[in-house]
Write a protein that binds this ligand. Structure first.
Ligand code: AMP
Length: 416
């Protein structure tokens, strides 16, 4: 017995039936994004490691523990992208997109890679639909993004979601919060896991990302960022919440929502679903007003979100949509050739046809057509080839009639 090769742990195949569901969700997402003025951008799957160290942040769990980093043949350190935003920022700067008149609104759907512990809702290769807006400071855009996400979920018939919002302040107000947070975290040191103990010194904000119950409980007594916001951040947050109310979007302020990435400023948000279990966030995002500057680009603010496609699809209700198609049943080489040509013409008319070339009896071809759920069977034997008239069977009614090419086309056009 030869050894079987299996997929890598934390990755999974998306088989045809499931892929249909993905295609449908992706096309709804693209339609909604385009409706709000976003345009697709595609960047490489791997990037210089430095991009994520600098962008995602040296103290984030993603950079410390979860990156797929490797050396290529030239000895360069490359990383499979763990998230999308740094790539988009790099691309905007490199291609000087900010000099163009088009609004800087982008979307993307594709795979991301994180060396995380695989579990339900958490994979090592997973997919995100991301959107990013640059150059819009107004809190109205923060609300518009949440409203768009909410609309997208309604379009996909996802129910039972909750919108969590917060502000993580800016470089003016966060330092004094971090100082107090660090002091409190030091007092609670004993009750924290080793990872969080390390975070006290490196970035205490990251303690809120810890999933361990003990750390979560300890963090309940920590100070809340919302009590430390400067006038500017407080005003922005209030306006954001007001605009959400104008849209009629319900939300809950969650002061511990700091999100696992270092670059956020002001607004952060998540949409969670109670149907997802421990990994309950369908999407998350926020502002990153300083990122472009950090990469040596112009001083342009940014905001965006990333939606996990696997988690999204696990809460999108399945719609059994059957494809309509014609099955070709033929007997003999001449009938096959005639059938091949007829099917070609039907396909040009956008009529789906299935031809299985394996030799089978007519009976067994009919039974295949039935099993596969064909709507019509086009039957061609020697007699049909000679007469240039073919048998067309409607599988639902069982009715069968003889028809010439033009007539078949006419019936098919009407039926599809
Ligand atoms: P993040 O970039 O960590 O804020 O993640 C944004 C969204 O991507 C989350 O809300 C999840 O829906 C999804 N996500 C993040 N990590 C994973 C993972 N390892 N497996 C599956 N989905 C993920």
């Amino acid at each position: 017995m030869k050894k079987q090769i299996s997929a890598i742990k934390g990755t999974k195949d998306i088989l045809p039936e499931e892929a249909r569901k993905w295609q449908a969700a992706e096309s709804v997402a693209k339609r909604v994004f385009e409706l709000y003025g976003y345009r697709e951008i595609r960047t490489p799957v791997f990037e210089p490691t430095e991009l994520f160290q600098k962008g995602t942040g040296e103290t984030s769990d993603i950079v410390i523990k979860e990156m797929y980093t490797f050396k290529d043949k030239a000895g360069r350190s490359l990383t499979l992208r763990p998230e999308y935003t740094p790539s988009v920022v790099r691309s905007i700067i490199e291609n000087r997109l900010y000099l163009q008149p088009e609004p800087l609104r982008f979307y993307y759907i594709g795979p991301m890679f994180r060396y995380d512990k695989p579990q339900k809702g958490r994979y090592r290769q997973f997919h995100q639909a991301d959107i990013e807006v640059f150059g819009e400071e107004d809190a109205a855009v923060d609300a518009e993004i949440v409203e768009m996400a909410d609309y997208l979920l309604r379009e996909l018939k996802v129910s039972g979601t909750e919108n969590l919002v917060n502000s993580v302040g800016c470089n003016n107000c966060r330092p004094s919060y971090i100082k107090d947070l660090r002091r409190k975290a030091k007092e609670a040191r004993e009750g924290l896991c080793p990872d969080c103990q390390r975070k006290i010194d490196t970035n205490p904000l990251r303690i809120f990302d810890c999933k361990l119950e003990a750390c979560r409980e300890a963090s309940q007594s920590f100070p809340q960022i919302t009590d430390y916001l400067c006038q500017e951040c407080k005003g922005h947050f209030q306006r954001f919440c007001n605009y959400l109310e104008i849209y009629g979007i319900k939300y809950r302020i969650e002061p511990r929502l700091v999100r696992g990435i270092d670059y956020y400023t002001k607004t952060t948000f998540e949409i969670i679903s109670s149907r997802l279990g421990a990994q309950d966030a369908i999407l998350g995002g926020g502002r990153y007003d300083d990122m472009m500057k950090v990469f040596g680009g112009p001083d342009i603010c940014g905001i965006g979100f990333a939606m996990g496609m696997e988690r999204l699809l696990s809460v999108v209700p399945s719609e059994k949509k059957k494809e309509k198609f014609v099955y070709l049943a033929f007997l003999g080489e001449e009938a096959k050739k005639r059938g091949m040509n007829l099917v070609r013409i039907l396909r040009r008319e956008q009529i789906e046809c299935l031809v299985e070339y394996k030799e089978r009896s007519l009976k067994s071809q009919m039974s295949r057509a039935n099993k596969l759920g064909a709507d019509w069977v086009l039957i061609i034997g020697e007699e049909e080839v000679r007469k240039e008239r073919y048998q067309l069977k409607n599988m639902a009614s069982g009715e069968q009639k003889e028809a010439a090419q033009e007539e078949i086309l006419e019936i098919m056009r009407k039926s599809f």
